[in-house]
Structures are given as structure tokens and as C-alpha cells.
Write a protein that binds this ligand. Structure first.
Ligand code: 6PG
Length: 241
């Protein structure tokens, strides 16, 4: 892949060793193309191996352009199963819902069976929504690919700094999120780590401080994501050391 530089970085946090492989890109188009390629490759491999592809979507704004590219692809959609790593406790059609963003950008435009698109029912509130999503995740095998974003404070999914990490269930309620709205539902750290692949998408100078903490081994929430397979970080617009 032209112009991409791979920097092998081993970082530690207080709880787990995390192996992170950093791929820096020189344009938004390059990181989007690389992300699309990674997702489609992961889907082909998972479907060949398991007959299904379980992907967990990142929320926020960063992944939207990749979701829009997926809407134009011809893939084996009948075998895709889509989950969300978190969502905000807002009405189903609220513009700030992660599930609405993904449906508008991608899922409403491809033939993934509706019963294989697993929105978090965050409109029920954080406690009931988490209970319902934990039930939805019961018995679901190891994820194939978890997409994650990075907040400017180092959060990922809805795992925020200085908040107790609740691994009591596969999906848990979030209270007092520093990123509005305060009430959210997130897949737990433990369940996010039960995956065959993790891809962080990190773009923009606003994430530089969080990346600096990450690369110097600080225990930010992003470093809680430490599956045995390690994590890949695709970055653009941030300096890696
Ligand atoms: C959310 C996300 C959150 C997001 C980061 C990055 O609900 O907001 O789950 O973890 O991925 O905050 O957001 P941006 O991509 O908008 O910078």
C-alpha cells in the first residue's frame, strides 16, 4: 500500500498488555480505502471459515465515510451480522444515534437481512437497553472484527476515563458520560476483547493528545481493548512519536 508506514508499537497499560500495530496514512481517501479493504477481507475470511461475518461498528463521525463506501459494495451481505459497540440513549431516529448514522450511510442501502442488524435499543434507557442488548449478545460467538474510534480524552466505545469498568455483562449501562448524552449503552470491555480482530480508526489533530498518551503507555480506555490478536490502528492526521 503506497505511502503507508507501519510502526510496530508495543504499549502497556495497568491492567493488560496491549499489542498495537499502527498504520499511518497520508490522506483521508487512503485510510478509507485501507479500512474498506480490511473490512471486506475480514468478511471473506470469516464467511469462508464460519459461514458468517460478525462485525461491531464504531459510532461517532469518523467511520461514516467508510460506511458510505460500503453502501456501494457488492458483498455477501446475507452472511453479515452487524452489531454496535455503543449507542446513545436517544430516540431511535435521533440524528445523534450511532445506529441511525450507520443505517442512513450504509445499512439501508444493502441487503443485509434486517434480523442480522442488531441495533442497541438505547431508546429504552441505559439500564433496560443494556439488559436487552446483553440478551441479544448471549450465545453470540467471538466477533470477527470490532471497529473502534478514539475520543480526544482517550475513550473508546463508551468506556470513559475515570469511570469504573463494568464487565458484569456483555452490554452495560453508562452514566454521566462526559461526551453527551450522559446516558449510554456500551458493549463491555471484556466482550469487546472477545474478538478475532480490532481496528481503531483515528483521524485528526484533535486526537493527538490521546495518541501521545497511548504511545507512551498511559492506561487510557483505548488500551483496555487488548485481545490476544492485538489491535490495528489506522491513523491519519496525527503524529506517531
Ligand atoms: C460515540 C462513539 C465514541 C466515538 C469517539 C470518536 O458514541 O461517540 O462510540 O467512542 O467513536 O468519541 O468520535 P469521532 O469519530 O466523532 O471523533
Amino acid at each position: 500500500m503506497k505511502n503507508s508506514q507501519i510502526l510496530e508499537v508495543k504499549t502497556f497499560n495497568l491492567a493488560d498488555n496491549q499489542v498495537s500495530r499502527w498504520h499511518s496514512f497520508t490522506s483521508q481517501d487512503e485510510i478509507n480505502q485501507a479500512t474498506l479493504k480490511r473490512i471486506l477481507q475480514a468478511a471473506d475470511e470469516a464467511i469462508a471459515k464460519h459461514g458468517s461475518f460478525l462485525i461491531v461498528l464504531a459510532g461517532g463521525s469518523t467511520p461514516k465515510s467508510v460506511y458510505q463506501m460500503l453502501a456501494k459494495e457488492h458483498a455477501d451481505w446475507a452472511n453479515w451480522h452487524v452489531y454496535h459497540n455503543d449507542d446513545r440513549c436517544l430516540p431511535v431516529d435521533h440524528v445523534e444515534r450511532n445506529s441511525k448514522m450507520a443505517r442512513d450511510a450504509w445499512l439501508n442501502h444493502v441487503a443485509i437481512p434486517q434480523n442480522q442488524i442488531h441495533d442497541i435499543p438505547a431508546e429504552l434507557g441505559n439500564i433496560e437497553g443494556a439488559k436487552a442488548y446483553a440478551k441479544r449478545l448471549a450465545g453470540v460467538r467471538t466477533f470477527d472484527l470490532v471497529l473502534l474510534g478514539l475520543g480526544e480524552d482517550g475513550h473508546t466505545a463508551s468506556l470513559f476515563p475515570n469511570q469504573a469498568v463494568d464487565n458484569s455483562a456483555d452490554a452495560v449501562p453508562v452514566f454521566n458520560s462526559p461526551k453527551p448524552p450522559s446516558d449510554r449503552v456500551t458493549i463491555s470491555q471484556a466482550r469487546l476483547n472477545n474478538t478475532h480482530g480490532v481496528l481503531f480508526l483515528v483521524t485528526g489533530a484533535g486526537k493527538q493528545e490521546a495518541v501521545n498518551h497511548w504511545l507512551n503507555g498511559s492506561a487510557i480506555p483505548a488500551t483496555l481493548i487488548a485481545p490476544a490478536c492485538g489491535v490495528d490502528v489506522y491513523s491519519f492526521g496525527v503524529k506517531l512519536g
